[in-house]
Design a binder for this molecule. Structure first.
Ligand code: ADP
Ligand code: MG
Length: 504
């Protein structure tokens, strides 16, 4: 399936101003909010933008004696995600308490999975350029609760706490340190987001914080990463810093870039990197220290006594696997192989499942490349102009297909088809009927076209002289005839007649 891809090794990066060559090593921990209406251990709603503290069950607010009850739907989404990333599903996993104090965490601990995660090793194929990809290994996916939100900027003297998010189900997707540059990190997040959206397990809305990443960055000298690959020994890699809570592809890239330069400057100056958690400030374009490993929390993880180990059955996993949709890599490969699309067009059309479905409906029974051209160049272009989504495209696949069929039948020229598209886009209606009722049909009647050609030739004797000496000037006559017929003359017939008459 991946035969059409070539897997590239990254080039060592020469960083401007650095004395030596350095390579970047990056590992991402992505927190993806499960697309579930209810929380991980309570029935409270997960609705975004609700009145503060309105989606809070007693267990979310840690009322004494309340017990968590696992939400089967959330577990199913995490299994589905694991299967979509070709990962190992662990039939027995367990929940642990990660203890720390924070005002937006009323329990005093977060329920997570440290020792026995639900999902083990998997992979993401990251698309770098058409036909060029890199493989990033997934170490694990575990389930955990989200925390609430502390609000510090609403009052000069007080902070507020909103517990709506408390207890919402997250999937933490941990990559191996296989990512080698800022662009690749962004491409990895983009690909992961795309797969999650295909699977329907996370809506991928980064602005609302439903998908966010902790970005671990270190630098090493050329050759060191190969040693790590051979031995899987982290000792060959540099000390990493972790940049917390990034929810923009652009900022992820900027933060990595800044962080790599910062670390290289320290190392070239004879210093050492301190393992720490940092925050990216997009206004300053810098990362700054949040806490170092020395002052890091001791989370005192231990198995949550309120929850039994989570046991699932292979038959259930198999059922979920059988219900997986066709995923982006497979769809793209099929579009290239069976429908004759270029890598690039196939990538554009498989960016989201709605676009892919739309395209397939248009291409059904028609030429794939032609359908792709119309969907990408005309429809997507037009939607973009209006800042509209494919889901609310005013032109249906049937209507766009109808326009393509009219070109195929020779009823309209490609140029008229664009006018027709605009009419259908703005006014709606059946393309064939519009062509009929507005007299847009292409004139293929040779007699009528011949009359128009004769008229132009008769009216422009000087031009005829010139064109007989220089056949390239025949184009002018074709243009005049097209103009005279309101663009409706069949261009092929016009061309033939013009060259015949000028030649004679
Ligand atoms: P923690 O839970 O303390 O953050 P993990 O071992 O779970 O530590 O690693 C977290 C992330 O850091 C993983 O994505 C991993 O790939 C990445 N990582 C580990 N070592 C390095 C390194 N030297 N450089 C860059 N990323 C690293
Ligand atoms: Mg971490």
């Amino acid at each position: 399936m991946l035969d059409h891809l070539s897997f590239s090794a990254p080039e060592p990066k020469t960083i401007a101003g650095a004395k030596h060559d350095w390579e970047l090593v990056i590992g991402l921990e992505v927190h993806a909010q499960v697309a579930s209406k209810a929380k991980l251990f309570s029935g409270a709603s997960t609705q975004f933008g609700s009145e503060p503290n309105s989606n809070v069950a007693f267990v979310d607010s840690a009322m004494p004696g309340m017990l968590p009850v696992i939400n089967e739907f959330c577990v199913e989404q995490a299994v589905r995600t694991g299967l979509g990333l070709k990962a190992q599903i662990n039939l027995v996993s367990a929940f642990d308490r990660k203890n720390y104090f924070y005002p937006d965490l009323p329990q005093g601990y977060q329920i997570s999975q440290l020792y026995h995660p639900l999902v083990g090793e998997g992979e993401v194929i990251v698309d770098m350029a058409p036909g060029v990809a890199r493989r990033v290994r997934i170490e694990r996916i575990h389930m955990e609760q989200d925390a609430g939100k502390s609000i510090h900027d609403m009052d000069p003297n007080m902070s507020f706490v909103d517990l709506n998010r408390t207890g919402v189900a997250l999937m933490e997707i941990v990559s191996r340190p296989d990512i080698r540059g800022p662009e690749e990190a962004a491409a990895y997040v983009a690909k992961l987001r795309q797969i999650l959206r295909y699977l329907g397990t996370c809506d991928g809305n980064m602005q609302n914080g439903n998908l966010r990443a902790d970005v671990n960055v270190s630098v090493c000298r050329p050759g060191d990463y190969e040693k790590y690959q051979e031995t899987q020994d982290f000792a060959h890699l540099g000390t990493r810093c972790e940049i917390k809570n990034m929810n923009s592809m652009r900022f992820i890239q900027q933060a990595i870039d800044y962080e790599a330069k910062r670390q290289i400057a320290i190392l070239e100056d004879g210093g050492e990197i301190v393992q720490e958690t940092r925050l990216y400030d997009p206004d300053k374009g810098e990362t700054r220290s949040m806490r170092s490993k020395e002052e890091a929390h001791d989370y005192r993880y231990f198995p949550d006594p309120d929850l039994l180990p989570l046991e699932i059955e292979q038959a259930w996993v198999d059922d979920i696997e059988a219900s997986l949709p066709e995923l982006p890599d497979a769809k793209k490969a099929r579009f290239v192989k069976d429908m004759g699309l270029s890598e690039y067009d196939a990538s554009v059309l498989t960016a989201d499942v709605e676009s892919a479905d739309y395209f397939e409906a248009v291409a059904d029974g028609r030429d794939g490349k032609l359908a792709a051209n119309w969907v990408i160049n005309e429809l997507f272009g037009r939607l973009k102009k209006d800042d509209r989504d494919i889901a609310d495209s005013p032109v249906s696949p049937a209507q766009l297909g109808g326009i393509i069929d009219l070109i195929g039948k020779g009823d309209i020229s490609g140029k008229i088809a664009k006018d027709l598209f605009e009419i259908v886009y703005t006014e709606g209606g059946d393309p064939a009927e519009i062509v009929e009722s507005r007299g847009m049909k292409q004139v293929t009647d040779t007699g009528a076209i011949e009359a128009a050609v004769d008229e132009i030739i008769a009216a422009n004797p000087a031009q005829v002289e010139k064109a007989r000496e220089n056949p390239k000037l025949a184009g002018w006559f074709v243009g005049q005839v097209m103009k005279a017929t309101g663009g409706k003359a069949n261009p092929k017939v016009v061309n033939e007649l013009v060259s015949k008459k000028l030649g004679g």
